[in-house]
Design a protein around this ligand. Sequence first.
Ligand code: ATP
Length: 464
Amino acid sequence: MKKTTHQHSLEQLVSLCKRRGFVFPSSEIYSGLTAVYDFGPYGVELLNNIKAYWWKSMTQLRDDIIGLDSAIFMSPKVWEASGHVKNFSDPLTECKKCHTRLRLDSLLEEAGITADEKMSEEEINQIFTDNKEKIKCPVCGAQDLTPGKKFNLLVHSNLGNFTSDWTKDPTYLRGETCQGIYVNFKNVLDSTRMKIPFGIAQIGKAFRNEITARQFIFRTREFEQMEMQYFVKPGDDHQYYEEWKKIRWQFYLDLGISPDNLRWFKHQNLAFYAQEAYDIEYRFPFGFKEVEGLHARGDYDLTQHSKFSGQDLSYLDPLTNQKFIPHVVETSAGAGRIFLAVLNEAYQEEELEKGSRLVLKLNPQLAPIKIAVFPLLRNKPELVKKAREVYDLLKLNWRCEFDDNGNIGKRYRRQDEIGTPYCVTIDFDSLEKACVTVRHRDTMKQEIIEIVKLLDFFSKKNLK
Ligand code: ATP
């Protein structure tokens, strides 16, 4: 009997990611760049599959949602209108002993004290003063932290500014992708036949000067968001908000995440314009944390952009002739956080009769490689030739990998660790009987399949 262990640490995930080419620290040969990561050969496939899964479910399968890819750089006015220049900040504190910079709201929360990054500087410092004896520097243990000071998270650049004091007039790297959706609302209305209610979806990079960058790819300074803004008639917000809560929850179950590892978190401290805000949280090795936010934002964003741009961003209902600024229900997920959740969920160590194995039981649709093809022996040209033929046949339809390195057992272990659902081995029987051995990742069972039936066999496996 095999025994399965689901308990593992973040360090074990980080180690697998490095060893098997999922995630590397950015610029590693120069000692890395804090809170920035690169996705390696298998990581990019997994990430692309997660994004494709989201994109398909949010656009292709929905008649009421269309896509967009807006630029990372936007007019600085966008960020004034959205409130980011003034308010997009976290409370920064510094340890007076070791000079580590930390987020005060996170430190308070970790000590079990209710706090929120949206609180004003005065509010959060009052809570800090009341609980000073409970808050220590997590690095050196000193109980000597400075009061919190709001630190703006927008990343600045000198794009298009050729003066030496460009810092006074920066262009920002976008802090969230949804602003690109708001500012294109009118363009989309004018160029398509979308009628309210409808949504605009976008996947893209966002940048934040995060103060505390810990927990691997959970919190990075460059990351990817998958956001959808759903525009509704004022008053319909709650109904659509409830619908989107159900749809977004189901998305995580469809990815293969156990409902035991998911929960809702209701925000109590809402922005003044927000009507409702919940997060979907996943149980990471370091506890339950946000993977996606769902926000009922009212008409705040379109109203602000109407005011600041002087453009009319209202909608004229063709049936009732009513004119109004649509309200927005937003779903906002992080691709990197989902990547980490999916990896954590799939990671299993199994005790076998002989030895043990580490296997990623990924949803096959997300697996970086769908099928690995092996010639039994690399020094038998006739086996290698046949295996190449099979590989060339399969790779037209699925992401495959050809591997003739080491013994078969080792090749299986390698594919298990990257989550490949099927391995196909070509042996001497294959030459005689035109058949192959297909090995299943999860059960390790093997079955013989005729080569002419392979395409049909894998077509039924829901691999993408
Ligand atoms: P947090 O409270 O963890 O800082 P947030 O509430 O600021 O997150 P949102 O602004 O709602 O996050 O962004 C939507 C989604 O974008 C988040 O649910 C998360 O998945 C992702 N995200 C936000 N910041 C980061 C980051 N620094 N690194 C990776 N993903 C992020």
